[in-house]
Design a protein around this ligand. Structure first.
Ligand code: AMP
Length: 283
């Protein structure tokens, strides 16, 4: 595995790979690699001849009061995990080479980026779309794998690729979970033992909602409220939002139409940690 830090060098390598007819797959991360990230690498390897993993803690997607400075950066461990997973190139640029002093152009996501996560984290998705576009231009991938763990991010990236005619296939990968159902996340290490113990409640909420739909409940707003109350009963857990969206349009949905797919989205704050989760379910 080759480690590249210079964007121009990465770009030159990608150009050469393309000329050699290599199918390039990219997995973009902020590091602190875990099973979730590695499942994306595996998926990329199934279709791409060359897999490039990026590690970049992108300052532009963090709000002023967010965890940019305390975000975990176990680089040596990440290198070992990436190597063991069979990654071909690890691209880990410095912030200064991605955002030099004269940097001024950003991507504006529109309404989809302002709701839900975007409402609680203003500017977050513009920061995500900007770095993803830059990494597309540097790596020139044929295939880009993103986790469904960040469902709204995936929707934003699909819209970005569609709207700006970016020539890449976006693939959504299933959520990797701990034994109690908690979605694996680099931020889970912030949780105290007590909060970690309670955190399975998000997934229990998802299972409950799925069960309610399966037995014929069509009032999505009522189900979302029940899940929200369920989570509130866990000590120290405060839901930010629990809502259903239409799986295709990502528009909020209050009631279900027979046979349609919906996605339950949850964002919950506990001990200054923000946990997000989601699951698709059909009515
Ligand atoms: P992050 O480093 O948290 O920005 O995540 C990088 C990529 O990994 C994103 O596409 C995430 O959606 C994905 N990801 C993070 N956690 C998981 C998980 N538990 N299961 C599947 N994908 C994940």
């Amino acid at each position: 595995m080759e480690i590249i830090t210079d964007p121009r060098q990465m770009q030159a390598i990608a150009e050469k790979l393309r000329l050699n007819r290599q199918l390039i797959g990219v997995v973009m991360t902020m590091g602190a690699l875990h099973e979730g990230h590695l499942s994306l690498v595996k998926l990329a390897q199934q279709s791409a001849g060359t897999v490039i993993l990026t590690i970049f803690v992108n300052p532009k997607q963090f709000g002023l009061n967010e965890d940019l400075h305390r975000y975990p950066r176990p680089f040596e461990l990440d290198v070992a995990l990436a190597k063991a997973a069979g990654v071909d190139y690890l691209f880990a640029p410095e912030a200064g080479s991605i955002y030099p002093d004269n940097f001024q152009t950003t991507i504006e996501c529109g309404a989809l980026g302002e709701r839900l996560e975007g409402n609680s984290r203003p500017g977050h998705f513009n920061g995500v779309a900007t770095i993803v576009t830059k990494l597309f231009n540097i790596i020139k991938p044929h295939l880009a794998i993103f986790g469904q763990k960040d469902a709204q991010q995936l929707a934003v990236i699909r819209a970005l690729v569609r709207d700006l005619n970016i020539d890449v296939t976006v693939v959504g990968a299933p959520i990797v979970r701990e034994d109690d159902g908690l979605a694996v996340s680099s931020r889970n290490i912030y949780l105290s033992g007590q909060a970690r113990h309670e955190a399975g409640v998000l997934y229990r909420g998802i299972l409950y909602a799925r069960e309610r739909l399966a037995i014929g409940e069509r009032d999505l707003q009522a189900v979302a409220s029940e899940v929200s109350r369920m989570i509130s009963r866990a000590p120290g857990f405060t839901p930010d939002y629990v809502v259903f969206v239409d799986e295709e349009s990502f528009e909020e949905a209050d009631s279900a139409l027979e046979g349609k797919e919906y996605r339950l989205l949850l964002a919950v704050n506990t001990e200054s940690v923000r946990l997000i989760d989601n699951a698709a379910m059909s009515a």
